[in-house]
Design a protein around this ligand. Structure first.
Ligand SMILES: [Mg+2]
Length: 388
């Protein structure tokens, strides 16, 4: 097998007004992602995704440039099945050869953030191709599934105190036994977040699992106060409680509460997750395949979670490509027990794929390949491509 072309497209799918929601990221009118296609000489196509934002909308122009002008040309002619080597070469840039010779990374200066997201998109496409070449789903290349199916949690929960119970209750009616709601700066006051959370618990009853996510917008004192005020809500986890640049804040919060702390959806590479674990800042690690550095890096984070004996719960808020990629990694890890399913409007998850992902009775089945098990509908790719 030989790589013949690496293509990147910025897809921007409009969200109909009735499906738009507002959070600390503002009103979300589009869903954006970069779809990377790696083609081989014999006509096989592997798909990967990079994102410019953890929410939904974001400007993806620089990601397209990074993939098409910097990463792609260096891969032409190489064997797509040599994935780890390709990751190291992309991470180390001009010093890739030297790094492989010495057995240590000599990373490019842009070793976190968008460049890693771009590397991850190519990496995921290579895993897809490798799975297709071996005629197995990616999860089998990762050691096979630990479970036949996993429970999913419905991710949404933006409603005010009067609406939040009904909003989350509707997810339960669709079969979910776990739900996540948003709190934090979008509520103006800590008390408002706490009252909404307690209202949600009262409406759901004791048997439905409830998580909260503040997108890193509480200060440390606010997060501590919130955690104290919602002690009776028996939260499954408190996600991104404090500012993302302050790992110590999450660690201090974690030592002051028995609510499990979840972090990681915007982190780059295993190295940032290692720092989180070394500072004992998390009970749940949430790598996003489209940001952390692809399947290669997400599975390394899974190994860290398994080593530290904490939970793995990949961030699955993206197109069907990163959703499926995260699924393959999660099913291959004993540390993953629950999967995120976005209940926000997301045309890239539900309309883009030829075979849209399904949830039955709150459960997600192990993905079937070969590869990722994804093909985009070509007419939507054309319709949603942003010209650059
Ligand atoms: Mg989150």
């Amino acid at each position: 097998m030989e790589i013949a072309a690496v293509e990147a497209r910025w897809l921007r799918a409009p969200i109909p007004e009735a499906g738009q929601h507002t959070s600390d990221f503002g009103r979300l009118r589009t869903f954006d992602a970069v779809l990377v296609t790696v083609r081989t000489k014999d006509g096989a196509e592997g798909f990967g995704e990079a994102k410019a934002a953890v929410g939904s909308a974001g400007d993806c122009a620089s990601l397209v440039t990074t993939v098409e002008r910097e990463l792609g040309p260096a891969l032409i002619g190489r064997d797509p099945r040599r994935i780890t080597e390709a990751w190291e070469r992309m991470y180390c840039g001009q010093r890739g050869e030297l790094a492989l010779d010495r057995g240590r990374s000599f990373p490019d200066v842009a070793r976190r953030g968008p460049r890693i997201a771009a590397i991850g998109a190519v990496d995921t496409a290579l895993w897809d191709l490798a799975g297709q070449a071996h005629r197995v789903p990616v999860v089998e290349l990762l050691g096979g599934a630990c479970r036949d199916a996993m429970p999913a949690y419905a991710s949404g929960g933006w409603g005010g105190v009067d609406r939040i119970g009904d909003e989350l209750g509707a997810f339960v009616e669709r079969g979910f036994r776990a739900v996540k709601m948003r709190v934090g700066a979008m509520d103006q006051h800590v008390e408002t977040s706490a009252v909404r959370t307690l209202a949600a618990r009262a409406a759901l009853g004791p048997d439905v699992e409830l998580m909260v996510d503040s997108h890193g917008t509480f200060s440390l004192p606010e997060a501590k106060r919130f955690a104290r005020m919602v002690e009776s809500a028996n939260l499954r986890w408190f996600e991104e409680p404090t500012p993302l640049d302050d790992v110590e804040a999450a660690a201090e919060l974690r030592s002051s509460t028995d609510i499990p702390i979840a972090v990681g959806e915007s982190l780059s590479t295993r190295f940032e997750f290692r720092d989180v674990l070394e500072r004992r800042a998390a009970d749940v690690l949430q790598p996003d395949v489209a940001l952390v550095g692809g399947i290669t890096e997400a599975r390394r984070v899974a190994a860290l979670a398994e080593t530290a004996q904490v939970e793995l719960a990949p961030h699955l808020w993206g197109s069907a490509v990163s959703y499926l990629a995260g699924l393959h990694v999660a099913f291959a890890s004993p540390a993953a027990r629950i999967l995120e399913v976005s209940l926000g409007a997301n045309p890239l998850l539900r309309e883009l794929p030829e075979w849209p992902p399904t949830v039955e009775d709150g459960q997600v089945k192990v993905p079937e390949g070969p590869g990722l098990g994804f093909r985009p509908r070509a007419e939507l790719v054309d319709e949603w491509t942003v010209p650059l």
